[in-house]
Design a protein around this ligand. Structure first.
Ligand code: KIV
Length: 273
């Protein structure tokens, strides 16, 4: 086998095979340096469309474009050589027909080199997942709180408050799994509903604001490392980088203003030859 065909990267079947026995560790990344930091620790890196809010300062994920996802997907692929890389399909690039979804997903796969795409559950999504999976595009589904539906829901609302809502989320999870999704992100749902989905569907669930019983967990890395003042209830902060960065920048500003930076060790003294 050619050296180029060998890969130590985690594959779609590897992730699928983890169902029920080995937890799947997932985080988001949008840049090559962050992907390189995460890569030795995680199984799956999601180039999430949260990039619109976290990186570009948009009010929601609705304004994210295919070109933005492809640019960030390429950057993450340059930084990660071990984790499976999944790129989100942004709003408006897959919902109108399976053919539209295939064209968008094929561009993402071919131009970034990522291993899979993710789609949020919406009208007709099962047909689209089957269409993509049948044509060589591995798909992760996303049920529960669907950030791209923020304008229908009137905000980022947790799901599972009514029997109808619970039934809808459960039905979507089954439909997406039966259509061929190899994993499903379950976001912002009552924990017992996440448990039921995890127990009933044959593919791994990846929880975010869901339940510890999901087959894996994902967080937005920038939330988890404390880059924002506010984070949702379900985020555990493992670092306070906002304070660390602010303190570092404050010290740098003082040193520049007082003439203490650059010091003797930080300048070039070159002999004229
Ligand atoms: O876009 C994203 O980052 C996501 C995660 C929150 C799961 O979909």
């Amino acid at each position: 086998m050619s050296k180029h065909l060998k890969s130590s990267r985690i594959s779609v079947p590897d992730i699928r095979a983890r169902k029920g026995h080995e937890k799947i560790v997932c985080l988001t990344a949008y840049t090559a340096p962050m992907a390189a930091i995460l890569d030795p620790h995680v199984d799956l890196i999601l180039v999430g469309d949260t990039v619109g809010m976290v990186f570009h300062g948009l009010p929601s994920t609705v304004g994210v474009t295919l070109d933005m996802m492809i640019m960030h997907g390429k950057a993450v692929m340059r930084g990660a050589s071990h984790a499976l890389v999944v790129v989100d399909m942004p709003f408006g690039t897959y919902e109108s027909s399976p053919q539209q979804a295939f064209e968008s997903a094929a561009r993402i796969m071919a131009e970034t080199g990522c291993q899979a795409v993710k789609v949020e559950a919406c009208e007709g999504i099962a047909e689209t997942v089957a269409f993509l999976s049948g044509r060589g595009i591995p798909v992760v589904g996303h049920v529960g709180l669907r950030p791209q539906a923020i304008n229908i829901d009137g905000g980022f609302k947790t799901k599972g408050r009514t029997a109808d809502e619970r039934a809808r989320v459960l039905t979507e999870a089954h439909a997406v799994a039966e259509a061929g999704a190899f994993s499903i992100v379950v976001e912002g749902v009552a924990s017992d509903l996440a448990d039921q989905i995890t127990n009933e569907i044959p593919v791994p669930t990846i929880g975010i604001g869901a339940s510890p019983k999901c087959d894996g967990q994902i967080l937005v890395t920038d939330d988890m490392i404390g880059l924002f003042e506010w984070t949702p209830k379900f985020v555990r902060r493992y670092a306070d980088l906002r304070t660390t960065i602010s303190n570092a920048v404050g010290e740098y500003a003082n040193d520049v203003r007082s003439g203490q930076f650059p010091g003797p060790a930080e300048i070039y003294t070159l002999k004229v030859g």
